[in-house]
Write a protein that binds this ligand. Structure first.
Ligand code: GUN
Length: 294
């Protein structure tokens, strides 16, 4: 069976159109959602993510406040900036792009962001609420994955899901979200990682595989069963002299081979990526509505 491609760009465009209409309605009530964006240093991947996030805000009418600081920014300077954004009524969401340069303490920074403006869903209060199944800002990439699965009519209830990767940003939260007693959960989830003994023995029995490790070819065709649904979260640069920029992007899955066995699969780029940004916009609009008492 050749897989159908889950078109993340298309699904993201649909959701962004819905959000744009909602933002226009809020504007009639003089409510303009605002996102404070913080980028420290000049990591090229982080720069391009942040630029894409700001452009997406502009497209749907969200105000974005750009803060780019040098790589040698101190912890005190960053904490001061986060506190300023916490207290700015025009700002409904704060995004500190990760990873931070080595001298900075990420967990202290995330703890400083007001949970009410934590549109990344990284504050321990929001993580705790998510785990407990309470209403919270959900982290954008896993939330986007659930949207992709739901909008592609994939049955989650009772599904055997294998998550490959245990990061705080993707693996841990997606596993948690999928085991919740909810329409967006009710799955049976296995989390595999670098110390898993026999990865293929797990992936082979999966109805749904979510690969989020950051290494090309981690999931190959011999590791999956016929008809599997594959969500590829990886964004890896591999050298490619035929490209003007010298590299191309690939995921964690051997896309060409696995798509011949899968029923549904996300491409890289154009799968999960556009959804991450969309869910950031979604959370920012939600935050503005909550702040306005709507
Ligand atoms: N770095 C990689 N992904 C993300 C994300 O979703 N949010 C932030 N803030 N940093 C990231």
């Amino acid at each position: 069976m050749a897989a159908q491609i889950i078109d993340g760009k298309q699904i993201a465009a649909e959701m962004r159109a819905e959000l744009k209409a909602e933002v226009a309605k809020l504007k009639e009530k003089n409510i303009v959602p605002g996102l404070g964006v913080v980028l420290i240093g000049d990591d090229p991947a982080s720069k391009s993510y942040v630029t894409a996030k700001e452009r997406a805000c502009e497209e749907i009418g969200i105000y974005s406040n750009d803060n780019r600081l040098p790589a040698d920014t101190t912890q005190e300077e960053l904490i001061e900036l986060v506190k300023k954004l916490n207290n700015d009524p025009k700002i409904n969401g704060i995004l500190v792009q990760l990873p931070l340069p080595k001298q900075l303490d990420e967990s202290e920074v995330l703890l400083t962001i007001s949970p009410a403006k934590d549109v990344d869903g990284f504050h321990p209060i929001n993580i705790g609420k998510m785990v407990a199944g309470e209403k919270a800002f959900l982290p954008c990439t896993p939330h986007g994955i659930i949207q992709l699965l739901q909008r592609s009519n994939v049955t989650l209830e009772g599904a055997e899901v294998v998550v490959v990767g245990r990061s705080n940003i993707v693996g841990k939260p997606i596993a948690n979200m999928l085991i919740q007693k909810a329409d967006t959960g009710n799955a049976t989830v296995t989390v595999c990682h670098t110390r898993t003994k026999d990865l293929a023995s797990h992936t082979k029995r999966a109805d749904i595989i979510i690969a989020a490790v950051g290494r090309p070819n981690t999931v190959t065709a011999d590791m999956v069963k016929e008809g599997v649904v594959v969500i590829d979260v990886g964004v890896n640069r591999v050298e490619d002299a035929s490209k003007k920029r010298g590299y191309r992007l690939v995921g964690d899955v051997d896309f060409e081979a696995v798509k011949e066995k899968a029923s549904l699969i996300t491409p890289v780029p154009g799968g999960v990526g556009p959804m991450t940004i969309t869910m950031l916009l979604y959370n920012t609009v939600e935050s503005a509505k909550i702040a306005a008492g709507l």
